[in-house]
Design a protein around this ligand. Structure first.
Ligand SMILES: [Zn+2]
Length: 150
């Protein structure tokens, strides 16, 4: 993406705390494009796509929602819980639509490893290939995510 006023504005928004405490970039000094490119190459190196990852996250969240705050068995390898908070989040890109402040936590039975995400994370990965910057509260490491959810 070319440097443009829109691009600079997006950088500004993602680094500000306007939408989420601490912003989406944490203390990451890389540009948004560098963050997205680095994560994209990790994902493709492991043989996955953003679509596949986001679809799996959505599937887990949809299953977890049925537990109404209790742990639910997703499949033989995973359990998950979804917790809803008041309010909603919006996509900073921006996109229309609001995302419920729902946090899904998934655990692998075999390793005990857990990972969590918000509904907005799923959208950011699916539509923007954005896992957030290092140090952001909801930064997701693609390698860890793939290891836990698949
Ligand atoms: Zn968006």
């Amino acid at each position: 993406m070319k440097e443009s006023p829109q691009r600079r504005n997006l950088e500004h928004i993602l680094r500000s705390s306007k939408f989420v405490a601490g912003g989406f970039m944490g203390d990451d000094s890389r540009s948004i494009i560098e963050v997205i490119d680095a994560d994209a190459s990790q994902v493709s190196r492991l043989g996955y796509t953003m679509e596949k990852i986001a679809a799996r996250m959505q599937e887990i969240t949809d299953t977890a929602k049925t537990g109404l705050g209790n742990w639910v068995k997703v499949d033989d390898k995973h359990q998950a819980v979804a917790e809803e908070a008041k309010g909603s989040l919006i996509c900073p890109w921006p996109h229309p639509g609001r995302y419920v402040k729902r946090i899904t936590t998934v655990e692998r039975y075999d390793s005990g490893e857990t990972i969590r995400w918000s509904d907005l994370n799923i959208h950011l990965i699916a539509k923007h290939g954005f896992f957030e910057g290092r140090g952001a509260a909801f930064r997701i490491e693609p390698v860890k995510l793939i290891n836990v959810i698949f």
